[in-house]
Design a protein around this ligand. Structure first.
Ligand SMILES: Nc1ncnc2c1ncn2[C@@H]1O[C@H](COP(=O)(O)OP(=O)(O)OP(=O)(O)O)[C@@H](O)[C@H]1O
Length: 749
């Protein structure tokens, strides 16, 4: 049974303009496939701002609009779901009134891809909480992606799930859904393979989203592949995406190498002060005192890497090919990641050190990369042409909304990879502000009326449509994200933005525009966007619902996105602090060059690991299967100061236990006066470059350079260390990603 029937009919819609005002010039907040979102104010309470999604029945089927509102109402009563206010209708225009948010997660990723640890885990926790709520109400969102997570709440810090246009209410009596829907890059393999899907499909999409947040690219797919190629690549994932596996392995190896350096270095107390002050060891340190210990630097590296690994392991809970191996939202909320978050929030309070452990997605995310995915027809609209779902054998019932409320989350048998703790953390408090330089939309009480008074020149252009595609970055060449040249970004197309200079319009004018837009849309082929997913037909024709095993059997043995194996480990000289430091600063010359060739910070490390080979110390190169972070923890715990510090940063940067602020904080204090002449350019490369073009200085900064020239004062800058660059990241003004403010074209294959 389709979900449309299960949620009942809407009451008569009231008039929108009797209750709300769009202002003399409607202020656009965003534009989607089916309508535009504007800022509105309530007439009876001028200080109340709302967002209203305006859709025309000609553009979007009435049934779909009503279905979206019904599903939304079922699950809107949660802090991590955008609040649904009401639906209004005037003629054939529908006004979906909702809580106004400030920006989407996608906007945030593009505008400022920085994350600090507790903020990241807090945001992820909020997303999982929203999903948990949806699934507990038996609502499958079906379109989890960065564009559909909005920052809202009183201070814009609460992440909320939005856009229920593809959501489905799954009754207990219904079998898995079969029609693929959503954004292809986020679609679960079983969905694309036509194997039937349910709530685990949302969790796969969530895993993809977290990977995008962390790495800046999709776990599967390449930039120039067609939809059918992407579909095949997703379907033929063996157990989990190869990129995820490789990234985890590289992180483990890198951590082992760094830990090995700590074990090899002489005890801190044995370092001769004269040596420290006379050697380059002192000079390369970025702190004002110049007294940061080597182990602190390494400790910081390990801390970042351990955090990266934690998040990658978290992602692996969801990116499992077999839906029954995937973590449910209920299980995810109890994962180790969130347990630590809870500890930090309640007992430890993140220190400055921890909160400044930057996780930066430096990938030049581009909106032009994000392609609109032809979205699928909601389930309730395809009753006539869809095959019936397979019954599950569960008792009939639960077809009315009232039956949903008490229905627990009953996903198919899903097992988390790691046993969650029985202790369920309470939802964390609001995280730190998502981003400082976010382009926040005005939500002042004056609303649109004021906007009109202030002049139309100040109107914010229509928020570019933000849809995600299968192709953020071409990873096929195994290039570091830092090495991937940013393509030339197109300037914003004024024709695709709301003309901020258009004259003030009356309601009828506005209505006319909506009708014109609807007419234009109707003229386009496939304008409804409800067609069968082409890729589904290509890769898994309907009626030929291949099983997972069949789909995998048909796939080539090696994943297309498999990455090269890690390279041979580099040799590490024991007991020489300066050389160890230099080596530490340049793990693998290739990686170091890459790191230093751009503005660089903590999570660039992850990018580097994700895309290049790592060379480590052979004695510390652990077998993948034998590696265990807890083993490292135990081994380090025997080693005194360095051990404690490393563990505090590495493990407890996440866990927050045993923080040694004095030992760790100097690195993380932001220098008061940012020197601009650091020698490291933060400018983006020419988008058309074949590859990165580091400056002469940057080219010199390599492992060999640092070691061979380390005693020459003239070459001080050449010995810029990993961590110096880290700190420079703080010191230098941020170069915002230059993202074309253009609306994406829809894919057309
Ligand atoms: N409550 C809101 N507050 C602020 N902005 C919003 C709100 N809802 C939506 N937007 C903006 O409008 C854009 C389009 O909204 P929405 O995704 O609901 O439309 P859609 O037609 O369903 O889009 P899609 O093509 O993703 O299906 C969003 O990407 C977001 O930027």
């Amino acid at each position: 049974m389709g979900c449309g029937a299960s949620v009942g009919r809407f009451e008569e819609f009231s008039s929108f303009h009797a209750q709300y005002s769009l202002g003399s010039i409607p202020k656009a907040l965003g534009k989607g496939s089916y309508g535009s979102v504007f800022l509105a104010t309530a007439r009876h309470a001028k200080h109340s701002s709302f967002a209203v999604k305006v859709q025309t029945a000609r553009r979007t089927a009435t049934k779909k609009i009503e279905h979206e509102a019904k599903i939304w109402k079922l699950c809107a009563s949660h802090r991590n779901v955008v609040h649904f206010v009401q639906m209004c209708q005037e003629a054939d225009i529908y006004f979906m009134v909702m809580e106004a948010c400030q920006c989407s997660l996608f906007d945030r990723l593009i505008d400022n891809p920085k994350w600090v640890w507790d903020q990241l885990s807090g945001d992820l926790h909020q997303l999982v909480s929203g999903l948990q709520h949806l699934h507990s109400r038996r609502v499958l969102h079906s379109d989890i992606k960065a564009e559909n997570a909005l920052y809202g709440g009183p201070d814009g810090k609460i992440l909320k799930l939005a856009d229920f246009g593809l959501a489905v209410y799954i009754t207990p009596s219904e079998g898995p859904l079969t029609r693929a829907r959503g954004s292809r890059s986020y679609m679960a393999p079983e969905m694309l393979a036509g194997e039937g899907y349910a709530f685990p499909a949302d969790m796969w999409s969530f895993g993809v989203l977290v990977y995008v947040i962390l790495v800046g690219q999709f776990p599967i797919g390449q930039s120039r592949q067609t939809k059918s190629e992407l579909t095949r690549n997703i379907i033929k994932v063996e157990k989990e995406p190869a990129r995820v596996t490789n990234l985890a392995n590289k992180l483990k190896r890198a951590i082992a190498v760094e830990q090995g350096k700590l074990d090899r270095r002489p005890p801190y107390s044995s370092v001769n002060d004269s040596h420290r002050s006379s050697s380059e060891f002192h000079r390369v340190l970025p702190s004002s005192e110049g007294s940061m210990a080597q182990e602190e630097v390494i400790t910081r590296h390990v801390g970042i890497q351990m955090k990266c690994l934690k998040v990658v392991d978290f992602i692996r809970l969801f990116l499992q090919r077999d839906p029954s191996d995937r973590c449910t939202a209920n299980e995810a909320i109890q994962s180790e990641l969130f347990q630590e978050l809870q500890y930090m929030r309640q007992e430890h309070r993140a220190t400055e050190h921890e909160s400044q452990l930057l996780i930066i997605n430096r990938r030049p995310l581009k909106r032009s990369d994000a392609q609109a995915e032809p979205l699928q027809k909601p389930e309730d609209l395809k009753d006539e042409d869809d095959p019936p779902r397979r019954p599950t054998g569960t008792p009939q019932g639960g077809t009315m909304p009232g039956a949903m409320s008490g229905t627990p989350q009953t996903t198919p048998v899903v097992t988390a990879k790691s046993a969650p703790s029985p202790r369920s953390p309470a939802p964390p408090g609001d995280g730190p502000p998502p981003v400082a330089p976010l382009k926040r939309r005005s939500q002042t009480s004056g609303g649109l009326e004021d906007a009109g008074d202030e002049g139309r020149d100040k109107l914010e252009p229509l928020r570019r449509r933000s849809l995600t595609s299968h192709s953020l970055v071409d990873n096929s060449q195994g290039m570091s994200l830092l090495q991937v040249p940013q393509r030339r970004r197109k300037s914003a197309s004024s024709s695709k933005e709301l003309d901020s200079a258009q004259p003030s319009r009356s309601h009828s004018d506005f209505q006319s525009q909506m009708l014109m837009e609807a007419h234009e849309k109707d003229l386009r082929p496939s304008s409804e966007g409800h067609q069968e997913h082409p890729s589904v037909s290509e890769s898994s024709p309907r009626g030929a619902k291949s099983s997972a095993s069949n789909a995998r059997a048909n796939a080539p043995a090696a994943p297309v996105d498999a990455e090269p194996e890690d390279g041979a480990p580099a040799e590490l000289e024991r007991g020489q602090m300066t050389k160890t430091f230099s080596r530490m600063s340049s793990r693998g010359s290739r990686g170091a060059r890459s790191m230093l060739s751009r503005d660089f910070s903590g999570f660039d490390l992850l990018h580097n690991l994700a895309n290049t080979n790592i060379r480590g110390d052979s004695s510390w190169q652990l077998e993948q299967s034998g590696f265990d972070a807890s083993t490292l923890r135990q081994s380090r715990s025997r080693g005194g100061l360095s051990s404690a510090a490393s563990l505090r940063s590495g493990i407890s940067g996440a866990s927050g236990r045993g923080q040694d602020d004095d030992a760790l904080s100097p690195l993380h204090r932001r220098p008061p006066d940012p020197p601009r002449s650091s020698g490291i350019s933060t400018a983006n490369h020419d988008p058309d470059d074949e590859g990165p073009r580091p400056s002469a200085l940057q080219r010199r900064v390599s492992l060999g350079d640092m070691e061979s020239e380390s005693q020459n004062p003239k070459n001080l800058r050449r010995r810029v260390s990993f961590d110096e660059v880290l700190v420079m990241q703080h010191m230098l003004p941020q170069v915002p990603n230059q993202v074309p403010k253009e609306r994406n074209e829809e894919d057309s294959d």
